[in-house]
Ligand binder design. Sequence first.
Ligand SMILES: O=P(O)(O)OC[C@H]1O[C@H](OP(=O)(O)OP(=O)(O)O)[C@H](O)[C@@H]1O
Ligand SMILES: NC(=O)CC[C@H](N)C(=O)O
Ligand code: SF4
Ligand SMILES: [Mg+2]
Length: 509
Amino acid sequence: MRDERDGLDFDVVTDDAETIHEECGVFGIWAPGRDVARLTYFGLRALQHRGQDSAGIAVGDGQTVLVRKDLGLCGQIFSDADLAAMPGKVAVGHVRYGTSGARSWEAAQPHLSTIGDVIIALAHNGTLVNSDKLRLELIRLGVPFLSDTDSEVAAKLIGYFTEQTSHIREGIRNAMEMIEGGYAMALVRENALYAFRDPHGIRPLVLGKLDDDSWVVASETCALDIIGAKFQRQVRPGEVIRISDDGVVSEQAVEPRACATCIFEHVYFARPDSVVNGRSVYSMRYEMGRQLAREAPADVDLVIGVPDSGLPPAEGFAHELGLPFGEGLIKNRYVARTFIAPTQEMREMGVRMKLNALPDNVEGKRIVMVDDSIVRGTTSKQIVRMLKEAGAKEVHVRINCPEVKWPCFYGIDTAVQSQLISARKDPEEVCDFIGADSLAFLSLEGLLRSVPTDGYCDACYTGRYPVEIPPAFSAGKFLDGYEPQNLSRASRASRMQIEDVLTSNEEDE
Ligand SMILES: O=P(O)(O)OC[C@H]1O[C@H](OP(=O)(O)OP(=O)(O)O)[C@H](O)[C@@H]1O
Ligand SMILES: NC(=O)CC[C@H](N)C(=O)O
Ligand code: SF4
Ligand SMILES: [Mg+2]
């Protein structure tokens, strides 16, 4: 099939089209008297599945803020000596998979902002849809930039407002009124930690506590577990939490809007041992598999899951139908994506390097293979072929989420619709493309029945976007015939100039 937009064959779309990519992980800790850099490092190790481009830690030592960041995995970047050289009482950390801007050292996080005598460092998970406009205004106001990322815009905007108003609370509040999109952020200054989330709560952020009145924030609860912190609650949409010598202070900085937590977190991104709204991600995925079995059963000899995120739903699928569940694919956990070269042949080898069929279990059998999602179709196509080459008689593919038809603009790297196989082919055509004997997707209703009752963003399945996507941002990203729906309008302040926001604040006083 041809891609009308860029004239490329569908199989050879972009240089890293082999899978969807994770997003970022953020971590923050307030723990005077403890080794905050090392604890942050452990937190980042637990969040490494959310991003492998780069990682960084920023520490506040009471006087100033020090940042160390680099390209690569946490374990490659930080030595014992590096961590020992970062004493302090408060820290934030970040693992990145870039959605905005280059994959460069400059784009690595946390982003440092030094405007006047305000020194802050910011870690951001998500994507801002109006950062281009804000960057231009900040440049006009004399603020320098090192990278072309949305996250640096947020850091500099907060720094600028803080310097202008002399209050970091005001700096963060003003910035939250202006930025639009998905964000979960942790910010450190020399003596305090701040954590805040966009008013729809698109990206996750939780608050935890250590025994000795030390506090932690993180993208997922698995990062609390690793350092022995206890989950307290989620950071609320539009809320700012400040943790300092004065304790924990919460403020509703901007009005919350209709809750729109990313449902793809439950399907794919989050670690199975993380807990959301009292339920483990593992149990939700297991339930998705059961729902899928009710909606699209199959008469087979064995159910297998695609490691890693397809394993819990495969177990649920098998349990629901009383079928045997076993291993059919073995994953090599030491293959890094960056080694995969930008040709189709090499990408196909990439999937083979990562996954291999287990002939002992699949030979001569009719198989159901469960995976969490089909995005570009590369993984399923390769795996079905491998299973057949290993002797499987039939391979029926079951996917525990609906068809991914729409690009994400809030922190996931699927921002061009032409790359999404289900936007261009119906399930029967996708089934042919991946070479399966049958294919079925979980319905949206079935997915929603499997997760805690909450307000969710489901835009990648439905095209109903919780945050307005400015036309300049989405230009060229939708295929002809697709009309996205914007469910909410951008705030009044986000349409104003930076100076006007400051003036209108003065008038309000
Ligand atoms: O249709 P595609 O574009 O190939 O993308 C979909 C695949 O990508 C993800 O797996 P990934 O290998 O990234 O992570 P996992 O090991 O957590 O499943 C996802 O779980 C699917 O298997
Ligand atoms: N995946 C993410 O959350 C990325 C954060 C930010 N947009 C960046 O590109 O650095
Ligand atoms: S569009 Fe999809 S991946 Fe993006 S935030 Fe919404 S549910 Fe999550
Ligand atoms: Mg997978």
